[in-house]
Design a protein around this ligand. Structure first.
Ligand code: FE2
Length: 210
């Protein structure tokens, strides 16, 4: 599940970079669309990392991940939060002006955010996946999965599923179905993912496929 979320984060960063590069000066509709997609991405990444801090870190510690690794993850999260805030300001500015100069500023902030984020995701995967893979029956792992599934309301879960599935590879979809039962994904994602599919997914349809 964590890997599927990480893939969605990497995919969105790639999409934003391409979309900002292609941005045409004065295209107000596109600036508004990109701001909408940004607000979803910003919320998903913030929620993911706050959830990790509260739920995943204690579980990983219980499974034997060193305190020093966890505190490095937290440092990386703080760096990401700072870059998210900086990028948020540039995307909001682009939403107001729709100028090519502001698209350049947003592209520069997005590039920095991508570097910080991808560095962290790679590091987290390297350190945690062997531990998670070796302990599928660990009580802390089971507890963590339950806590994550109870954390968000049904509406937020629908958006979350729709976002993860948008542009996902067959492999990622299969991995998602291993974590979330098919009927749950179909019903919650189907009903409560509508807003994402209506307001955000079309933003990427015009940038080509990723
Ligand atoms: Fe993380």
């Amino acid at each position: 599940m964590n890997k599927v979320i990480h893939c969605a984060v990497r995919r969105d960063l790639t999409r934003f970079r391409a979309a900002l590069d292609q941005f045409a000066d004065g295209d107000r509709a596109r600036a508004a669309a990109l701001l909408r997609a940004w607000q979803n991405f910003d919320a998903q990444l913030t929620e993911h990392h706050e959830g990790e801090h509260e739920i995943a870190w204690p579980a990983l510690k219980a499974m034997g991940v060193a305190d020093t690794s966890i505190s490095t993850f937290d440092d990386e999260h703080h760096a990401m939060a700072a870059d998210l805030a900086a990028t948020r300001a540039t995307m909001e500015q682009l939403g107001r002006s729709a100028s090519r100069a502001d698209a350049d500023a947003a592209a520069a902030a997005m590039a920095a955010l991508e570097t910080t984020t991808v560095t962290h995701l790679d590091h987290e995967e390297q350190e945690t996946e062997p531990v998670l893979g070796a302990n599928p029956e660990h009580p802390a792992y089971k507890q963590m999965s339950k806590q994550f599934s109870r954390r968000s309301g049904i509406g937020a879960a629908g958006t979350f599923f729709a976002w993860m599935e948008d542009g996902a590879s067959a492999e990622e979809r299969a991995a998602l179905r291993e974590s979330v039962p098919g009927p749950v994904l179909a019903i919650i994602g189907g009903l409560f993912g509508r807003r994402y599919r209506k307001e955000v997914a079309p933003v990427w349809a015009t940038t080509g496929s990723f």
